[in-house]
Design a protein around this ligand. Structure first.
Ligand code: ATP
Ligand code: MG
Length: 207
């Protein structure tokens, strides 16, 4: 596929369910970095969450599509849902690179806490060759630059890892699931369409 876009942001996640914290962060990064597009990429089988039962992929996909459909800059990619086994970011980037060609710059958007652990990800050097990282900082969660420089090298950190302070909403999917189990409201934490879907499908009552 030929793509005229130059800068594409990537929001990976379980999106179980997607919430306004995800959406606000993606929009803030898009605006501050002048991204042409942000791709939301639901993970098939998250490598870090194998202990927990996750809602079926097609439901997380549907909810994510409903959540982004009113933003012309946002799109959902099924790229990780068609792959067997754990979803490694480096495989996703390789595939995106071959789809979009070498002209496109990819910006992987994630929390600074996750970026601090980058050296433990699958093939970190290759991953950092394929994309930039935008590390969203929040209170009590900033980049550990000495550690990153030690583990990944000074130049890579300078050129490929960018710190960004984004507006912070105290929302997590874990909390949303706990609220549903407890019979509490999730209104205004997720888009109304996602809220309605969660109830209609009876999601998260026993997760
Ligand atoms: P869980 O509680 O199940 O871990 P989550 O709310 O953290 O879910 P994920 O799907 O794990 O959501 O996160 C996807 C991405 O969104 C990660 O990069 C994560 O750092 C980021 N993220 C999660 N919650 C917020 C938030 N409230 N504000 C900004 N970014 C967030
Ligand atoms: Mg999380």
């Amino acid at each position: 596929m030929m793509d005229m876009q130059r800068k594409i942001g990537l929001m990976g996640g379980t999106f179980d369910p997607v919430h306004h914290g995800h959406l606000l962060m993606a929009e803030a990064v898009r605006e501050q970095y002048g991204l042409d597009k942000v791709l939301f990429i639901p993970a098939a089988q998250p490598p870090h969450k194998q202990g927990r039962k996750v809602a079926p992929a097609y439901m997380r996909l549907l909810m994510t599509e409903m959540a982004v459909c009113d933003n012309p800059y946002f799109e959902v990619s099924q790229i990780e849902l068609h792959r067997e086994g754990p979803s490694y970011s480096v495989d996703t980037l390789r595939e995106l690179r071959s789809l979009h060609g070498s002209e496109t710059e990819f910006y992987f958007i994630t929390g600074a806490d996750a970026v601090n652990e980058l050296a433990t990800w699958h093939e970190p050097e290759e991953l950092l060759r394929l994309c930039h990282f935008i590390a969203a900082t929040r209170q009590g969660c900033v980049l550990n630059l000495p550690r990153l420089r030690r583990e990944l090298g000074e130049r890579v950190v300078r050129e490929r890892i960018h710190e960004l302070s984004t507006p912070e909403l105290e929302i997590s999917s874990t909390d949303i699931r706990a609220r549903i189990r407890a019979g509490l409201s999730i209104k205004y934490l997720v888009p109304g369409t996602v809220e309605a879907f969660v109830y209609k499908e009876g999601l998260y009552h026993d997760l």
